[in-house]
Design a protein around this ligand. Sequence first.
Ligand SMILES: [Zn+2]
Ligand SMILES: [Zn+2]
Length: 111
Amino acid sequence: MTDGNSPQHQDLRLLYFAERCPDCTVEIGDEHDYNDEDGGCDVARCLVTGLQRLMCGLDHDCGRDVWTGWPPGHLDCERLGWMFGPGLPDLARLYTEATWDAEQQLWMPPA
Ligand SMILES: [Zn+2]
Ligand SMILES: [Zn+2]
């Protein structure tokens, strides 16, 4: 077992944490950039599907996702224990096996 609170682990986590969205540069707690022409921020998620908002072609209001300081899916993988290693979420597994819970805004593991 590795110690999850070792200094090394914390350093790796900080690499992935960002005060501002890497695409639209909003601060933590602010809504990602949105506009009708190109869809706005690349990082923002559709709050209905949990997937990338830019790629969402469904006929609904995708909502206004907020920057949390973490790339989408990162904290969900940590919560589910789906990590290749510290700071390395298994996003492919998340998007294929987990189900998006739009009410809680969380990815849920298979039943
Ligand atoms: Zn953004
Ligand atoms: Zn959508």
